[in-house]
Every structure is written in structure tokens, then in C-alpha cells.
Design a protein around this ligand. Structure first.
Ligand SMILES: C/C(=C\CNc1ncnc2c1ncn2[C@@H]1O[C@H](COP(=O)(O)O)[C@@H](O)[C@H]1O)CO
Length: 204
């Protein structure tokens, strides 16, 4: 059994075409719950976001959802009673606080929001201000064009660091990568163990 981790999952508020994406999202949430990891995510209950959260909730997992006030109703954040809801002032604050709360990042396929979050983490890792692992969960090879773009920019000399993310075929492999990284990592690198770390302030 691996140590309990706070795993931030980035993914679409849309379900994607066909059942594979929703199935993988639900499986990932269930795995997090079964293995005692805390899910940190964007609090919405639609699409892949909702599937990850309901998968975790179905296994009694601990769930923290962060969402800007203006999206709370639009993305039905109150429909999952099992989650601790944290309201943020805007999307930037949500992204910053999700990153602060996480020991590791997993990215299922998604849209502009997911891409924005993934690129934020990649940029921070490339700049050396973040060391937590990022795994792209390549359901139906949805991340392949993104990886091709990154490799093309690398070949053209526009970026140096290719070791800022890894790719996994599915939820099992993605979580195994994160757990291996955590096992090799020093505990002091985890947010909850840092001096002065304060747990997130939760809404009543
Ligand atoms: C930071 C700002 C704009 C950049 N765009 C987004 N940043 C963060 N989150 C976003 C952005 N656009 C949509 N979202 C939310 O992300 C979740 C997943 O969305 P996806 O598009 O389906 O991947 C969802 O909660 C979106 O509302 C503004 O300053």
C-alpha cells in the first residue's frame, strides 16, 4: 500500500465522444478512493470531472473540489455532497490552489481548461519551481497530438525539457507511476509536510 497522496486530476467538463473517456475517468476516481488517495479537482459534476469524482465517492474517497464562485451553479458543484467545496475568486486562484494542494497531477483528456492547467504545470516544472509528477492519461491516444507538438517544438529548438511529464496508457498505469515517484521522493517534498503548510480553509 502506497502512502496517501493528494492527487490533482485535470480533465474535461465534457464527456467526450463515446463511452471510453467517461469509463476511464470513473475508473481513475475509483482507484484513487480504493487506494486511499485524496482527489483534488475542479468540483464540477459534469463530463469527465463528474465521472472522476463519482468514481472516488463510490469508493469512499476523500474529495476536495475547488471552483470559482461564478462557475458554482453552471458546473453544478453542489451536486456531489461527498466533496469538500472550496470557492475561489477566479479561475487563476483555483488553478494556483489546486497546484498548491497536490502531490501529483494526472490529466485525462479535456478542453481549453484542461490544456491551460496542464501547460501551467508543465511550465512550472520546466522553470524548476514545481517537482510533482505530471502524467498524461492517454485514453484512446487523445494526448498523442499534444505530445507530437511538444516534440516538434523541441526538435525546432524552442524548448529544452521533455522530462516534465510522462504518458500512461490508462488509469492503473498512471497511478502506478505516481506511486513509484512518491515512494522514491523525500516526504519533505510533499505540501502537507512543508514547514508552515496550512490545510485549505473549507466552506462551512
Ligand atoms: C485563467 C483564465 C482563462 C484560461 N482558461 C481556463 N483556465 C482555467 N480553467 C478553465 C479555463 N477554461 C475553462 N476552464 C475550466 O476548466 C475545467 C475543465 O474545462 P475543459 O475546457 O472542459 O477542459 C472546467 O471547470 C472549466 O470551466 C481566465 O483568466
Amino acid at each position: 500500500m502506497s502512502a496517501s497522496l493528494s492527487v490533482c486530476v485535470f480533465c474535461g467538463f465534457s464527456p467526450g465522444v463515446g463511452p471510453r473517456y467517461l469509463g476511464a475517468a470513473k475508473d481513475l476516481g475509483a482507484l484513487l478512493g480504493e487506494r486511499g488517495h485524496r482527489l483534488v479537482y475542479g468540483a464540477g459534476t459534469g463530463g469527465l470531472m463528474g465521472a472522476v469524482a463519482s468514481g472516488a465517492a463510490g469508493r469512499g474517497g476523500s474529495i476536495v473540489g475547488l471552483i470559482p464562485d461564478f462557475l458554482r451553479v453552471r458546473e453544478q458543484a453542489d451536486e456531489l455532497p461527498e466533496q469538500r467545496l472550496i470557492l475561489t475568486g477566479d479561475l487563476l486562484e483555483r488553478k494556483r490552489r489546486m497546484i498548491e494542494e497536490a502531490d501529483a497531477f494526472l490529466a485525462l483528456p479535456g478542453g481549453y481548461g484542461t490544456l491551460d492547467e496542464v501547460l501551467e504545470v508543465i511550465s512550472m516544472k520546466a522553470l524548476g519551481v514545481l517537482s510533482a509528477p505530471l502524467v498524461l492519461v492517454d485514453v484512446d491516444e487523445a494526448w498523442a497530438p499534444f505530445v507530437t507538438l511538444i516534440e516538434s517544438l523541441h526538435e525546432r529548438g524552442f524548448l529544452r525539457d521533455l522530462d516534465v511529464y510522462s504518458v500512461a496508457d490508462g488509469p492503473e498505469e498512471a497511478l502506478a507511476q505516481v506511486e513509484r515517484h512518491a515512494a522514491a521522493d523525500r516526504p519533505a517534498d510533499r505540501p502537507a509536510d512543508r514547514p508552515g503548510h496550512r490545510p485549505a480553509v473549507l466552506q462551512p
